[in-house]
Design a protein around this ligand. Sequence first.
Ligand SMILES: *Cc1c(COP(=O)(O)O)cnc(C)c1O
Length: 415
Amino acid sequence: MKFVQGLECVLCGTTYPARLTYTCPRCGIAGILDVRYDYAAIARALTPRRLAARRDPSHWRYRELLPIREDAALPSLTVGGTPLSPAAALARHVGVSTLFLKDDGRNATGSLKDRASSLGVVKARESRRKIIACASTGNAASSCAGMAASLGLRSVIFVPERAPEPKVTQLLIFGATVLRVRGSYEQAWQMCQEACERWGWYNRNCAINPYLVEGKKTAGLEIGEQLAWQPTDWVTVSVGDGCSIAGVWKAFREMKTLGWIDRPPRMLGVQAEGAAPITAAFRSGLPLEPIEPRTFAESIGVGVPHNWKKAVRAIQESGGAMINVSDDEILDAMRYTGRLSGIFAEPAAATAVAGLRRAAAEGIVARRSSAVAVITGNGLKDVQSARTAVGKPFDITPDGAGLPDILKAKGLIGD
Ligand SMILES: *Cc1c(COP(=O)(O)O)cnc(C)c1O
């Protein structure tokens, strides 16, 4: 960890050596730590030109900006290097001039969470733990289990009752010990917290584990590099715990500090109307008020986000905004994103696109703006939700009776 200077508490500002595992000893669980680097030294070691010469497309290409040892054992699953695709038809539909989709559903286990989990297992290995634990509604869990399998660790996963079946199945396939907690995400989170303390497991929890957000940062670094260091006006990310948007923003701040970009983008954070405590805190300037989450986009259905402060700070620093969308707008965004771009986004991922559309309609995002929407998870991970967004197939018999009528009705053939 040549370039890591220490860990700084976001509450009291104390800096600690990078030997700590979780939160600030003085402030307790609220004292989230932020990894600090020696950017002057990084700027000498790494330049956009040197990056361009690197063959490794995975997110380890940014290793100087990650809190890992040079000789660290890495999971063999590829993480990062996901495509950034222009989506012109979708841009017109949401009301911006240019739109790119960063398709993080293409990660090894199908979500952006792989960027964080990959750091989690590397750090667990480094501290000689054999078991990594995680509480999650799905994506963090399946990603933690997959990365653990890839690096030869065992995983214990606490999921709340409402975790979607496909995600639970995915983590069983990865060999995780799955504990379905008859209760909320918050209760599952608490249980995981206590179990880690009691049995000395490594805790893969983005809010309290300072190293994981560094992994999420690489989504932003990739966007910067893929856009040839000319970021769009806006980058939009859906917000649950707040770690993803905080991580992506940190990347742009670092690229600015390193002199790789001139103008960082403004961050647009999007929450579901029924689970929007971070939007409320951002708008009021007051501490976060926990709520009871109500949204079908379960990946962002977080009532007690532990990392709200980092998220709010990220959006403020970037001169950005928070916006809420309804579950209907999310369903609609799943449909039009699929039709207009060919990308199948899970509800929490389509939320970013829905938020951009609403922000454009409300004039928060100007029509001449360019934007990147981060597609945080693959729609195949939650097919039950997707089914409610779409119609049914046409049932026909093998003799093809009625086929011409259907094709005519769909405008696929003439009369
Ligand atoms: C976790 C997740 C988010 C939100 O990330 P936070 O760090 O919780 O804000 C968004 N979309 C998907 C698909 C996720 O899995």
